[in-house]
Design a protein around this ligand. Structure first.
Ligand SMILES: CC(C)(COP(=O)(O)OP(=O)(O)OC[C@H]1O[C@@H](n2cnc3c(N)ncnc32)[C@H](O)[C@@H]1OP(=O)(O)O)[C@@H](O)C(=O)NCCC(=O)NCCS
Length: 172
């Protein structure tokens, strides 16, 4: 977690930033442990409430068990709409881990009863757009100037999947 948080793309697209889009510093190992403790708290809350807000999965290689990334539920609304996000460490990109994780997480959310699952992707993050498309998400539109990064406004794209129409590439 600490190493990944220093990767420029993860810092840009997954890390926190202030109101002017100035990124938070990378996590120390201690910070990363605190974040992981919070994930454990979120899992316990899910067990109690049934709403998986803030639950996070490690993405691991199915054969070796090596941890390569993370995906997690950012929100589950009272209308049963779920939002999630993901990242993969730079050395593990280009092998389909994020697509597979997005498909498995979406399937899990539908099994839990999500009526809609969506992703927001900053315009220009083509790698993430490709993950969304391969995982069977439909582009729904662009929220213009919705985000901010380093003092510049940026557009944010919406992608969503609905249970009855969702058709991921099952070969993934
Ligand atoms: C977005 C991000 C997760 C995408 O990672 P990625 O490795 O490109 O995506 P995947 O793991 O799905 O791998 C897809 C690549 O593996 C290839 N691949 C190989 N086997 C594959 C398989 N079984 N299934 C899918 N793709 C496969 C694909 O062809 C693709 O390669 P290409 O880009 O050369 O066409 C990564 O760039 C990242 O962590 N970025 C920073 C954080 C971020 O942007 N998070 C998302 C915020 S919305």
């Amino acid at each position: 977690m600490a190493e990944a948080s220093a990767d420029p793309a993860i810092r840009r697209y997954n890390g926190g930033h202030d109101w002017r889009g100035r990124p938070a510093p990378p996590l120390s190992v201690r910070d990363a442990e605190t974040v992981i403790d919070q994930f454990a708290t979120n899992w316990r809350a899910f067990a109690a409430t049934g709403a998986p807000c803030g639950v996070v999965f490690a993405i691991v290689d199915a054969r070796s068990g090596a941890a390569v990334g993370c995906c997690g539920v950012d929100d589950w609304s009272k209308e049963d709409v779920a939002q999630f996000g993901y990242w993969v460490a730079p050395s593990a990109r280009g092998r389909g881990y994020a697509t597979r994780a997005a498909i498995l997480l979406t399937r899990w959310l539908f099994h839990l009863g999500a009526a809609r699952v969506f992703l927001t992707i900053v315009a220009g993050n083509e790698e993430s757009v490709a993950v969304a498309r391969r995982a069977g998400f439909a582009y729904e539109g662009t929220m213009r100037a919705h985000g901010v990064w380093q003092g510049e406004r940026c557009d944010v794209l919406w992608f969503a999947a609905l249970p009855l129409e969702w058709a991921p590439d099952e070969g993934r």
